[in-house]
Design a protein around this ligand. Structure first.
Ligand code: DI6
Ligand code: FE
Length: 421
């Protein structure tokens, strides 16, 4: 593990620091120019917040009491936020992928016990510590390319104990690395083998036992579902969302990924944080999301790995003013990529995003998708000081060039941290 190259600090006062001579891609919507760019400006932290953002040659720079770093015209962006991952899991699905590539249909693999349920078996068999060890390299990979906040879902346990175990692993990870974690209960990911033919009974277990327990122990912030013909019906998801809200948890959903079940309207009806995937979203869904302020989370990694043809309605979402985020969907089956930069790149190539939209989708809009829009996602005074210094000549290079990590420094809650890869 190599530490990232670090710019020389004239003084390492952790509580107060000033970075000068930067291209600040603020993504502040009130600055009506591309990237919300502040060219040649300075940014200062106090404690864990952004204290001030200053134009070039400000007198305050000369009298600044803390340490000063000259970034030499480099770009600074907000910390990247991966707002949809399943990064805690056991086992590997690479052999299954090899079978799929050689032409074995996914349904046949599932019949042989593959798919989500093979990951469930492997995850159930592992202890909390083993799952932490398995997840750490994936989380480190995200952190190394600039992720400062990540959402982590359960969903490969599917029993009360195993779902709680996964959420405890997510909590433990946030104590091990300098990264903020937003944990989500996704017990309604698949019907577990013990409940085949009795999905409503499993929904009862989620509603009556899992949600109250998770809320009481503050193990998750939100409740997610897989609303699909092969998973849970809109009526079942409605029961789950009602219970989540009654316990003070936010809601979100994997909706309209393979078919249109009107799951997005359901999420919007419950005032949900986000609708994710949405390849088959229709006009009514777009309108419901726009009205509710629900974020569209697009997941090009799953689209790519599944060789899907139906693209999410990006043009309609834009026209309706729906906030659009992009995430990795990091999971062992349909999106095995521990890279938000690759996801942003795919959003441009596969879904027609501009590089600016891709970066906004992994900063400002991703923060909104995690209920953190007031605290994270842009460079603005008072926001948490999570930002990244990049050795690039243009912000688009962060999205364009793959295989090289141009991240120079990663500041999390006001402190520059050693990036590990
Ligand atoms: N949709 C997906 O693409 C993933 N989960 C979901 O609800 C798949 C997860 C997996 O195959 O393990
Ligand atoms: Fe997912």
């Amino acid at each position: 593990m190599e530490p990232a190259r670090s710019l020389p600090h004239t003084n390492d006062l952790a509580t107060q620091h000033l970075w000068v001579n930067a291209k600040l891609a603020t993504f502040d919507s009130s600055i009506n120019i591309p990237y919300g760019l502040r060219d040649g400006w300075a940014i200062a932290t106090r404690g864990d917040s952004i204290a001030v953002i200053l134009p070039p040659d400000s007198p305050e720079v000369r009298s600044f009491p803390g340490g000063i770093t000259d970034v030499g015209g480099r770009w600074i962006t907000p910390g990247l936020i991966d707002c949809h991952t399943h990064l805690v899991y056991g086992g590997s699905r690479a052999a299954e992928w090899e079978m799929r590539l050689s032409g074995v249909p996914y349904a046949e693999i599932a019949r042989q016990g593959g798919g989500i349920l093979s990951t469930v078996r492997a995850t159930r068999a592992m202890s909390e510590e083993e799952l932490v060890s398995a997840a750490l390299p994936r989380l480190r990979a995200l952190a190394a390319e600039g992720v400062t906040c990540v959402e982590i879902k359960s969903g490969y346990g599917l029993t009360v104990l195993d779902e709680l175990k996964m959420l405890r692993v997510a909590r433990r990870l946030s104590e091990l690395l300098a990264i903020e974690i937003s944990p989500t209960l996704l017990a309604a990911h698949a019907v577990p083998p013990e409940f085949v033919g009795r999905a409503d009974d499993y929904v009862g277990l989620i509603v009556e036992e899992m949600i109250p327990l998770v809320a009481r122990e503050r193990l998750a912030e939100a409740v997610d579902v897989f609303c699909e013909t092969i998973a849970f019906s809109p009526a079942q998801c409605d029961r789950i969302f009602a219970a989540a809200r009654a316990h003070g948890l936010a809601v979100k959903g994997h909706v309209e990924q393979l078919t249109n079940q009107h799951g997005a309207e359901l999420v919007a009806h419950h005032g949900g944080w986000s609708c994710d995937h949405i390849e088959y979203l229709d006009g009514a869904g777009v309108r419901a999301m726009a009205k509710a302020g629900t974020v569209a989370v697009l997941l090009p990694g799953a689209f790519y790995f599944l060789r899907e043809k139906q693209k999410p309605p990006v043009v309609q979402l834009r026209a309706a003013g729906v906030p659009i985020a992009v995430a990795s969907d990091l999971n062992p089956g349909t999106s095995p990529l521990a890279s938000i930069r690759l996801a942003m790149n795919m959003a441009c190539i596969l879904f027609g995003f501009t590089p600016e939209e891709a970066l906004a989708g992994a900063t400002r809009e991703a923060a909104r998708a995690l209920g953190r829009g007031d605290r994270l996602g842009t460079l603005a005074v008072g926001k948490q000081a999570d930002f990244l210094i990049w050795d690039v000549t243009h912000a688009a290079e962060i999205v364009c060039q793959l295989g090289v990590n141009p991240l120079v420094e990663r500041v999390f809650r006001g402190r520059g941290v050693c990036v590990q890869s």
